[in-house]
Design a protein around this ligand. Structure first.
Ligand code: GRF
Length: 200
């Protein structure tokens, strides 16, 4: 049984998840990276790290359900038990959610429920908050709405720019996400329905 990371962009979180899973000898390794973008930078990282990468371009499928069914069969082939979203810019649909209920986590660059959706860093800066942060949460049918597992704050300093804030937020993400996943793998974090679903 192993873990898949879904990513659409740069893939820095994917990389730290792979590195820490190896260095710390996680009981379930990260064995698959899935992207919806054929040109995503994360593909280079997967190659460098020697992690199998698959591209599922939604425009190759007639419906979202067909797209997710195709993903599901590959996840089955790889024996994937848990999914980590790391900058995956799509809403997870009912097909994947039902098959992986409470076995999908996401990381979001704000203190949810503030600043859900895209451009969370820009939203926080535009709003003028003094503190923002990072949230790891279970994935449900909404956009960044699932039950919160862990949060860490990040101070917004005078003169902060999107880029400077991104660096600070990502530094926190790169520590928080692997730490939460490790706890989940060792049974220290239980799903919201209170039991480990071991099948799939
Ligand atoms: C992260 O900030 C994450 O919180 C958000 O998307 C970004 C992905 O960054 N969901 P990367 O691709 O892991 O570098």
């Amino acid at each position: 049984m192993s873990i898949a990371v879904f990513a659409s962009g740069d893939g820095s979180n994917f990389e730290v998840l792979v590195e820490k899973s190896r260095r710390q000898g996680w009981p379930e390794p990260v064995t698959l990276m899935l992207t919806d973008r054929p040109k995503a930078q994360v593909l280079e990282r997967a190659k460098r790290l020697g992690v199998t990468a698959v591209v599922f371009n939604p425009s190759d499928y007639e419906t979202k359900a067909a797209y997710e069914q195709a993903i599901l069969s590959v996840l089955g082939e790889f024996g994937i038990r848990r999914i980590l979203l790391a900058g995956y810019m799509r809403i997870v649909g009912p097909v994947l959610l039902e098959a992986y209920r409470w076995r999908i986590l996401n990381i979001h660059p704000s203190l949810l429920p503030a600043f859900q959706g895209k451009d969370a860093l820009e939203q926080a800066l535009n709003y003028g908050v003094r503190w923002t942060g990072v949230t790891v949460h279970w994935v449900d049918e909404g956009i960044d709405t699932g039950p919160i597992i862990e949060q860490k704050p990040v101070l917004v300093e005078p003169g902060e720019t999107v880029e400077s804030l991104r660096r600070k937020v990502q530094f926190v993400e790169h520590n928080l996400y692997p730490a939460v996943v490790r706890k989940w793998l060792t049974g220290k974090i239980l799903p919201p329905d209170g039991r480990e679903s071991g099948r799939h």
